[in-house]
Design a binder for this molecule. Structure first.
Ligand code: PLP
Length: 464
């Protein structure tokens, strides 16, 4: 028996599922942030892998006693750092099945169900977001990779020779000062280079200024440069500001540049029909990205990328060796043709589970609740004279600070995070250190938020 016997798998499998069920039910008992020091786990583990196999019970015991203390609990309802993400139970079950099937969805032939479920679930999601039916969907691992593919498609659109010759030195990418670093990283990876990424100024509410974008493009064209790709954001990382996409789409059309909307976090809000305005103008984009692993309760990783020009994406990447040719090449989608990765996990399965289990209304209600609680908490913060809001709250992220020094705000953040009660992160806005509190975990309740806010208030008493 080269693999684990079925009986043992069944026994330990039940134990693992029991552990997961208890973990999810009792997650509030864990400190949100791991308190281990760098190197602590490494020191507890052998430097070489075992020569002889070990018992699964010993491995699981070490998982519980050694690994878990080094885990920061992203699934904790009071995890409010970065963006608050969560793996819902149906998504976790689907991940188990994905691992069991272990298919590689590189070609339709290599797993027809993986390809077709990806097409179907992305079609459903496209409908929930109110995006046009001509948008072709593909799943990548992360938004950073989705955006890199968008910039590669933009380069193919502007300069089809790039695929053979390499990038022209004058291709230019435009995004805002508040955009995620993945835009610049995409330009780095593609050989466009950071010097050729323009970070357009933002207004007082941290939204890209369209007139400044047009001016930068005009200046670049006069200097012999070629606008390639414009990347506005619906829900920026620091403040969740939403760039004026319709005005930016006008500019992209005027200068024939590829328009890619980064809606990695904010796009999820459009699942609620009354919030679809967040994606206004996105139907005019060449491509967009939304991460169901951020605010749609799908376990990491799953990034949904849509483009109205799959022909260009395919032209940029399709390279088919003889051994990967199939009889269905002309009648089915082979997702390996639309990006760098050949091997592809069956990620669509978890999105299918999540969308079916909760349904449109329940997911929209969760998102509405998160936004409403963020507004209530922002009101509470505003009415405590020791604190101030540092940015508008269009979605479920609150940026605020103690009206004191940066040092005091840093101390406050460190004390909150050391307490184990909650995890917040920070940013710098207008030169000031600011605390970020993101709401988005499926288990977060109003009670959690009340607890976090009264704890922050008590910590502020100590600061004085
Ligand atoms: C607006 C935005 N874009 C892109 C990303 C990158 O996401 P990923 O971790 O999926 O690469 C983030 C991450 O928080 C983000 O906030």
């Amino acid at each position: 028996m080269p693999d684990m016997p079925a009986d043992e798998f069944r026994r330990v499998g039940h134990e693992v599922v029991d552990w997961i069920a208890d973990y999810l039910a009792g997650i509030r008992d864990y400190p949100v942030v791991s308190h281990v020091q760098p190197g602590e786990l490494t020191q507890l583990l052998p430097t070489s892998a075992p020569e002889q196999g070990e018992s699964i019970d010993d491995i699981l015991a070490d998982f519980r006693s050694l690994v878990i203390p080094g885990v920061t609990h992203w699934n904790h309802p009071r995890f409010h750092a970065y963006f608050s993400v969560s793996a819902s139970a149906p998504g976790i079950l689907a991940e188990m099945l994905t691992a069991a099937l272990n298919v590689n969805g590189m070609l339709w032939k290599s797993c027809p169900a993986a390809t077709e479920l990806e097409q179907v679930t992305l079609g459903w999601l496209r409908e929930w977001l109110g995006l046009p039916p001509e948008f072709f969907g593909i799943i990548y691992d992360t938004a950073s990779i989705s955006t890199m593919h968008a910039i590669a498609a933009a380069r193919e659109f502007i300069d089809p020779e790039a695929r053979t010759r390499g990038s022209l030195p004058n291709l230019t990418v435009y995004t805002s000062e508040q955009a995620h670093s993945s835009v610049e990283k995409g330009a780095i990876a593609l050989g466009i280079g950071r010097d050729n990424v323009r970070k357009i100024a933002v207004d007082a509410d941290f939204r890209m200024i369209p007139a400044a974008l047009a001016q930068a493009i005009e200046q670049d064209i006069s200097a012999g440069r070629k606008p390639c790709c414009i990347v506005p954001t619906a829900g920026t990382t620091s403040t969740s500001s939403i760039d004026p996409i319709p005005a930016i789409a006008d500019i992209a059309e005027r200068y024939h540049a590829w328009l890619h909307v980064d809606a990695s976090y904010g796009g999820a809000a459009a699942v609620a029909p009354e919030l679809r305005h967040i994606l206004d103008g996105t139907s005019r984009a060449h491509s967009m990205v939304i991460n169901p692993h951020k605010w749609l309760f799908t376990p990491i990783d799953l990034s949904a990328f849509y483009t109205r020009r799959p022909d260009i994406l395919r032209r940029a990447f399709s390279l088919v060796p003889e051994y990967l040719r199939t009889a269905e090449d002309t009648s089915a989608v082979n997702y390996m043709d639309y990006g760098v990765p050949l091997g592809r996990r069956f990620r669509a399965l978890k999105l299918w589970f999540v969308m079916r289990y909760f349904g449109h209304e329940r997911i929209a209600d969760l998102i509405r609740a998160h936004i409403a609680w963020a507004h209530e908490l922002a009101e509470d913060i505003r009415s405590d004279e020791r604190f101030e809001l540092s940015a508008p709250v269009p979605l479920s992220l609150i940026c605020f600070r103690y009206k004191g020094t940066d040092e005091q705000n840093r101390t406050l953040l460190d004390r909150i995070n050391a307490s184990g009660i909650a995890f917040l992160s920070h940013t710098v806005l207008n030169g000031k250190f600011v605390l970020r509190l993101a709401i988005g975990n499926i288990k977060t309740t109003e009670r959690d938020l009340e607890q976090v806010w009264s704890f922050i208030q008590s910590m502020a008493d100590d600061l004085v």
